[in-house]
Design a protein around this ligand. Structure first.
Ligand code: SF4
Length: 469
């Protein structure tokens, strides 16, 4: 990752507290709340697309290697060079090797979480190559020296006025403070960069195994312009972006754009199959595709395989009551919100983001919002347990521990209605004990109700003529 956090703190607890106390951040989040929720609501309005997409993504991840083989063949048949990258270092080295071979001095880059994940911009800069982020929000983040704070809207942590102020301070230019004029100012600043670039770096929203086609979705046309003008293109494509057939895009594209931004279709959807051919008006003379694994393929066959269905729409972030109050920097990870809280420890084998699964209320809003029905809340619960052993997907024996024995005895006791009734009858009188246990386990356990629900219901039902059980 490159760029700084704007939310200070060593732990997620400290960072969330700092985020909530930051008036500028809270103002920025309030402004965007309605727009982001609209997208989530629109995606919910198409349950037919959601179930088709969920089934399609699960079928694909279950046979991921077969689809990747087919994709590699199709990409090479179309004239692209394929670089399988088992980890971030291999992916960065593949891009640097291309840059060295072509004597690249200047790179235009479009927004891509995969390149954030591998720290590509910092690696290119360290090699003496100038990198220009060309998405407006991503450019603002780059100029500020910060990290993106959302999958789709990287500068969600700033208001329009805040973005303009950043440009003013960092460039010393007269920068307009109104959104449309500011956009025009950034566009004028970026246009010459496209013409001067030696290399264009993009991600891909999908990669079609059937045809070797990369699919790039943007609202600003910046990725398209970079691909059209630069002589060489590198696309960094995480392996789970593979889709079997071109026809699958008819399901996935409308769902992605609805869930991401509330649009029925984004402004630019570009399909790239191979480099420029004789007679083509534009496009790169050379196309390289870095297929990034970095801990993904090892999830296949585990209880976390479903996370590979993610299409990076950001809907779970927008729906999450924690993310909506603290934004992405509080997570201190490339991927934030509920999907980041699951993906970060999984991709790093538990070495990063092990505290993130606790940064959730487990309300289930993320699961409801996800257009491909990933059970995020369930995965967060599983991770809370599995991360105790380090790497959550490493096979390991599960020895019975005193705590597990206690839980087993508790489960056995409450499996019998008579025991359940007897123990809950005395629980109300043990409120102080429950509170002490809660503190001991590091949780805020609410004290038991003074009157049990079943007693309250029986009294109410008898009084109101209902049936008590
Ligand atoms: S987990 Fe679901 S809602 Fe969240 S970014 Fe991925 S696809 Fe979108």
């Amino acid at each position: 990752m490159s760029g700084a956090l704007v939310t200070p703190g060593r732990s997620v607890r400290e960072r969330t507290a700092a985020a909530v106390a930051d008036p500028d951040l809270q103002a920025a989040l309030r402004n965007l709340d309605r727009r982001l929720r609209t997208g989530t609501d629109l995606a919910r309005g198409r349950p037919d697309l959601r179930s088709s997409a969920a089934a399609l993504r699960r079928r694909t991840t279950a046979e991921l290697d077969a689809h990747l083989t087919r994709l590699t063949e199709a990409l090479e048949e179309a004239g692209a060079h394929v670089h399988p990258a088992p980890d971030a270092a291999a992916a960065v080295e593949a891009v640097l090797a291309v840059a060295r071979r072509h004597g690249v001095r200047r790179v235009v880059k479009s927004k891509s979480m995969a390149t954030e994940e591998i720290g590509l911009a910092a690696a290119l800069a360290a090699a003496g190559i100038e990198v220009v982020e060309t998405d407006l929000g991503e450019h603002a983040v780059q100029v500020a020296g910060e990290r993106p704070s959302h999958l789709i809207t990287p500068v969600i942590h700033k208001t329009v006025g805040g973005v303009a102020a950043t440009f003013r301070v960092r460039t010393g230019a007269e920068v307009p403070g109104e959104a449309e004029s500011l956009t025009r100012w950034v566009r004028d600043r970026l246009r010459p960069q496209f013409a001067a670039a030696d290399l264009s770096v993009t991600g891909a929203n999908f990669a079609v195994a059937e045809t070797g086609t990369l699919v790039v979705v943007t609202n600003e046309g910046n990725a398209d312009l970079g691909m059209a003008l630069a002589p060489v293109q590198v696309a960094v494509v995480p392996v789970e972006k593979v889709v079997p057939r071109l026809a699958d895009l008819a399901v996935l594209l409308p769902l992605l754009t609805r869930a991401a931004t509330g649009q029925r279709c984004t402004s630019y959807v570009t399909l790239v199959t191979g480099p420029r051919r004789p007679g083509d008006l534009d496009g790169p003379a050379e196309l390289h595709v870095v297929l990034l694994d970095n801990g993904r393929r090892r999830l296949v066959g585990t209880r976390y395989e479903e996370m590979l269905a993610c299409v990076r729409c950001g809907a779970c972030l927008n729906a999450c009551p924690v993310f909506r109050h603290v934004s992405g920097h509080a997570y201190d990870a490339t991927y934030s919100g509920p999907m980041g809280a699951v993906l970060t420890p999984l991709l790093s084998g538990g070495r990063r983001g092990a505290e993130l699964p606790w940064a959730s209320t487990l309300c289930g809003a993320c699961t409801d919002a996800c257009p491909v029905a990933i059970p995020l809340a369930d995965l967060l619960v599983h991770l809370r347990a599995d991360l105790r052993g380090g790497d959550p997907v490493a096979p390991r024996p599960r020895p019975a521990r005193p705590r597990s024995l206690g839980a087993a005895a508790w489960a056995r006791t409450w499996a019998h209605p008579a025991w359940y009734r007897a123990t809950t009858a005395v629980a109300a009188r043990l409120g102080a004990v429950v509170r002490i246990l809660g503190r001991w386990s590091g949780r805020d356990l609410p004290p038991p109700a003074a009157v049990r629900f079943r007693d309250w219901w029986r009294r109410r039902s008898c009084g109101g003529g209902g049936t008590a059980r």
